[in-house]
Ligand binder design. Structure first.
Ligand code: SF4
Length: 112
């Protein structure tokens, strides 16, 4: 569980851009609330606590991600929590850093 909240907009990093990101926020657990009526039902599942959440694919991304463009495929109908997630917020920056660390590539050494 993250120490950050989507409601915390106190320190937005204006250098952060979704255009230079692998949609890492779309790997987080996304609660689907009753008011999120536009979310296609086939993209919704229940987590082990029985709460409705966006389903994720085998790689961990929300099933609504347009994988070709790495952006939301249901943007106009996305859940409220996705609408609240602010680009450059502390939560966003922390998730980007976690993702970068976890996916850091090892550079192979070449013996001469
Ligand atoms: S609904 Fe859209 S914005 Fe929300 S996690 Fe899924 S792909 Fe991302």
């Amino acid at each position: 569980m993250s120490q950050y909240s989507v409601d915390d907009l106190t320190c937005i990093d204006s250098t952060v851009s979704c255009s230079r990101c692998d949609a890492v926020c779309c790997r987080l657990t996304v609660m689907v609330m009753p008011e999120d009526r536009g979310v296609p039902r086939h993209m919704v599942t229940r987590n082990k606590e029985g709460l409705e959440v966006m389903a994720r694919d085998e790689d961990g991304w929300c099933v609504a991600v347009d994988q070709r463009h790495m952006r939301c495929g249901i943007y106009e109908d996305r859940p409220g929590v996705c609408r609240k997630f602010a680009m450059g917020s502390a939560y966003c920056v922390a998730e980007r850093e976690n993702y970068a660390r976890d996916n850091a590539k090892t550079v192979a050494l070449k013996l001469i």
